[in-house]
Design a protein around this ligand. Structure first.
Ligand code: FAD
Length: 494
């Protein structure tokens, strides 16, 4: 048995505090702003629990003996890593790659922490023990976690502790023998409204004096004092599935998270007021690699879907045989294949890390940098190929049911390869992917979820093997010198 949709849905009845449009949500599973995406998340669990998918989506937990999602697997071999990736791909495919923060995302973060347990033990054995036992608990209950690791924007020239309001950014305001108390906010929890628990941490660098902001802990969404303030719901404004096929089902939501003196017990605290460990937890473990590996695998699925859309638009408008259009599609295909190739490369070039087989860190950072420019380019190409086609569509499916407009639709929505209905359906799907409020949010997501470009490029700089490339230059420069003193290339190589 593995966790299914029914078990997941019932786990959300925990009196969580979510606000949207000036009202408090009574039940996220039935609320008009969220019920479709919650249903989509339940569908992921139903998919993994279906007998025909159990083997490819789950494995047996070594502690509970129950089957749990493969995202919790700590890979020991290349084969384990590939098996795990294939499960990520299967879940991603169910939402055309649109569900960025499916449960396998933060499960990957925790797996990365767990694989780097040694770093936590060096820092503090008690916090390491808390992490180890929480990982087991989260895995055995196949929990859906969201995370908040970025601070609310404000004065970016000052650090968390330098803001005029010391309680803008979530920090530790109290501690006693039972645990810690958190007050303040974090920027955004994607999927937070439908997660079971929330990982609260910090990825941004802090300064001496900011110790209270340097913590990592997990808290259930139903915790007293924890409030999620949702952005506008796109699914609520999606008038029908036909008109908004993606917004209506895959609006994973983003919410500001506010902590009003939330109490967290010590066995849920992994980093406590430690500036060094607040950074080391990401890079001395493989948490950063593992969580973003899930993102790139998912992005690869999404880009293939978008490429399919681009090709179908070109066929429907019969522009497919123009050399310029083929050139555009060829370039897009290369960019999409490039991301897939990076996934394969980071797996093959993976390394053993404290007994676990993990993707190559430098290639992962490369993929993040390239993804941030590839996605906007793919979106722009789809807009460019479609021209006004995505806009020249009926206002809604209802126009098909009105005889006067139905006749006009059949007269004006023409294609050599598609019926009027197929053409409208495709153009509406394309608009939802790249132009609707949902589509626009996805552009912003892909450009920023892993940090602003200065962050991702900074990581690429940090983890690239500069010695190797500098060595090739040194070797060559050692092969010649001032006239009359030039050593041979073979001497330099020695
Ligand atoms: C749709 C969406 C979903 C998200 N989901 C989550 C989530 O689930 N969990 C989570 O923790 N976070 C989430 N985030 C937050 C995300 O991680 C941040 O947006 C990202 O890290 C960038 O931080 P920022 O938004 O503060 O941008 P900033 O850091 O303010 O960057 C914006 C721009 O400011 C300029 N800038 C900023 N700092 C500097 C500098 N030092 N030097 C030069 N220029 C600078 C650059 O031009 C940069 O592009 C999400 C974001 C989005 C958009």
């Amino acid at each position: 048995m593995a966790k299914d949709g029914k078990a997941y849905l019932s786990s959300l009845h925990d009196d969580r505090t979510i606000y949207i449009d000036g009202r408090r949500v009574a039940d996220v599973t039935t609320d008009r702003s969220f019920h479709s995406v919650v249903e989509t998340a339940a569908g992921l669990y139903d998919y993994q629990a279906a007998p025909e998918n159990l083997e490819q989506m789950t494995f047996q937990s070594p502690t509970s003996g129950e089957r749990v999602n493969l995202a919790w697997l700590l890979p020991k071999t290349y084969g384990d890593l590939v098996r795990r990736r294939q499960a990520i791909e299967k879940w991603s495919a169910l939402s055309c790659g649109m569900f960025g923060r499916s449960p396998d995302h933060v499960a990957s973060t925790l797996a990365g922490f767990r694989m780097g347990l040694a770093a936590f033990r060096d820092y503090n054995p008690a916090r390491a023990a808390a992490l180890e036992s929480y990982f087991q608990y989260a895995r055995d209950n196949d929990l859906f976690l969201s995370y908040v690791i970025i601070n609310p924007q404000s004065d970016k020239a000052r650090s968390a502790g330098g803001q005029p309001d010391p309680h803008l950014v979530a920090s530790v305001v109290d501690e006693d023998s039972t645990g810690i108390t958190i007050r303040g906010a974090k920027m955004l929890a994607t999927s937070g409204i439908m997660a079971n628990e929330l990982l609260v941490s910090g990825f941004q660098s802090l300064q001496a004096g900011d110790e209270a902001y340097a913590f990592t802990a997990v808290v259930p969404l139903g915790a007293k004092g924890l409030t999620l303030m949702s952005r506008r719901s796109y699914e609520q404004n999606a008038t029908s599935q036909f008109d908004y096929p993606l917004s209506s089902r895959f609006d994973e939501n983003d919410a500001v998270v506010h902590f009003d003196d939330v109490k967290i017990p010590w066995d849920r605290v992994f980093v406590f007021k430690d500036l060094k460990m607040a950074q080391a937890q990401w890079h001395d473990t493989r948490a950063h690699v593992f969580q973003n590996y899930q993102c790139i695998v998912r992005l690869s699925v999404k880009l293939k879907f978008l490429l399919g859309l681009a090709r179908k638009i070109a066929e429907v408008n019969n522009i497919i045989n123009y050399p310029q259009v083929r050139e555009t599609l060829g370039l897009l295909a290369a960019k999409v294949s490039n991301i897939e190739a990076l996934v394969i490369a980071m797996e093959i070039k993976g390394e053993m890390f404290q007994g676990f087989y993990v993707p190559d860190r430098s290639i992962l950072c490369t993929a993040q940098v390239i993804a941030q420019t590839t996605y906007p380019e793919v979106v722009e190409a789809i807009r460019s190929l479609s021209g006004g086609g995505m806009i020249m569509v009926p206002s809604s499916y209802a126009d098909f049911a009105t005889p006067e407009t139905n006749a006009i639709i059949h007269k004006t929505q023409r294609s050599t390869v598609a019926t009027s209905e197929q053409r409208v359906k495709l153009m509406k799907l394309a608009w939802d992917a790249v132009g609707s409020e949902f589509g626009s949010r996805h552009l912003q997501y892909e450009m920023f979820y892993s940090g602003a470009p200065l962050v991702t490029r900074g990581n690429s700089f940090r983890f690239f093997d500069w010695d190797e490339v500098k060595g090739t230059v040194d070797q060559f420069m050692g092969s010649y010198g001032l006239p009359g003193s030039s050593p041979k290339l073979s001497d330099a190589a020695e």
